[in-house]
Design a protein around this ligand. Structure first.
Ligand SMILES: [Zn+2]
Length: 147
């Protein structure tokens, strides 16, 4: 049986993974997310996944490494599988070099650090929404299995 401590740690990892994925989506890095999905969930080679989505293989590998440091591997993959539609529907706040949250011009390369530093609240809120949708979809799925 998992202890309260196990459950707390799992919840913390889940939140950290979802916040990391939410940050990428908020920064309008859907192509990076797609490459991560192909690489980590569909087990494509990093060079093939990177090429398909127009990013550098080294960028994909370092992003995957950062994501995997947020939680245990099985949890990361499971969350990506289950939460994917909710991650992909996240509305970016930095788009075309402009931050809609604070009405500031932001170079695309600075989108992520900007959001991470200035809009931690948006990241947290977005990750919480994804978690809520995930819980609801899992509850619905259980009902279908029981019916
Ligand atoms: Zn901003």
């Amino acid at each position: 049986m998992p202890t309260a401590e196990d459950r707390r740690k799992l919840a913390e990892e889940r939140r950290a993974v979802l916040e990391y994925l939410a940050l990428k989506a908020l920064a309008d890095k859907k192509n990076v997310l797609q490459a991560l999905y192909d690489y980590l969930v569909l087990n494509e080679s990093p060079s093939k996944a990177a090429e398909k989505h127009g990013i550098q293989k080294t960028q994909l590998k370092s992003t995957a490494y950062q994501l995997m440091s947020k939680g245990r591997a099985a949890l990361v993959v499971k969350l990506m599988q289950l939460a994917w539609p909710f991650i992909m529907e996240i509305e970016p706040i930095v788009e075309n070099g402009y931050c809609k949250a604070c009405n500031t011009v932001i170079h695309t390369n600075h989108a992520e650090p900007h959001i991470a530093v200035r809009h931690q609240d948006v990241i947290r809120k977005t990750a919480q929404e994804v978690e809520k949708k995930l819980r609801e979809s899992l509850a619905k799925r259980k009902q279908v299995v029981r019916a």
